[in-house]
Design a binder for this molecule. Structure first.
Ligand SMILES: [Zn+2]
Length: 198
């Protein structure tokens, strides 16, 4: 059996600091340090997402977890799929537009499990892939591994194409107007600024 993982999406756009696994210095809403327990692959909405390994679907649902209190905001994975890989690791595929699987489905590597979107706590269309060390619901750095340590090596520095944010600005305003979060469109720190944190 080939137990090498594959990339869920072929990375196309330039990778920025805040896409990476680890500590984010400046979270996009909280503007403070925060853990990022996965790797973000920026992708056009509707890009096919492939399972990185053989496994079984555990969850396929909308996660709209909201942070409580003053800085309340949608912090969820949005439409997400969680798959228990045959190697015992649980993988989360987050912020999907839609998913094509349901709990109990047996998945072979490379199966298209959904399409990328920007659901949940996301301001730029991307896939959040999170690989947990074992089958646990716990998230955070101590329960996860850096996806770049186990996905096939590719030279991310070679990706120089900038993602075009502009077409999505209008979309976000529509989404905000539907009040998926507890703040107004003006509160969304959307910006053309290249340092924009998502
Ligand atoms: Zn992420």
């Amino acid at each position: 059996m080939n137990d090498e993982y594959i990339w869920p999406i072929e990375p196309k756009y330039k990778v920025t600091e805040h896409d990476k696994y680890g500590i984010r210095k400046n979270h996009y809403v909280l503007f403070k340090e925060r853990q990022h327990s996965g790797f973000d692959i920026t992708a056009d909405i509707g890009t096919e997402v492939h399972s990185i390994a053989n496994g079984t679907v555990i969850l396929a649902e909308f996660d709209g977890t909201t942070t409580e209190g003053f800085d309340s905001f949608n912090d969820g994975y949005g439409n997400k799929v969680e798959i228990l890989n045959d190697d015992g690791r649980r993988v989360v595929y987050g912020h999907l537009r839609k998913y094509f699987v349901k709990p109990g489905d047996i998945i072979t590597k490379n199966t298209v499990i959904g399409l990328t979107g920007s659901s949940g706590g996301s301001r730029v269309p991307h896939l959040h892939i999170e690989i947990r060390k074992e089958n646990t619901e716990e998230t955070g750095l101590e329960y996860t591994i850096n996806p770049l340590d186990v996905l096939p090596k590719i030279d991310l520095e070679k990706l120089t194409e900038e993602f075009k944010l502009e077409p999505y600005a209008k979309l976000w305003r529509i989404m905000a107007s539907n009040k998926p979060w507890d703040f107004t469109p003006e509160d969304i720190p959307y910006s053309e600024d290249k340092e924009y944190i998502r």
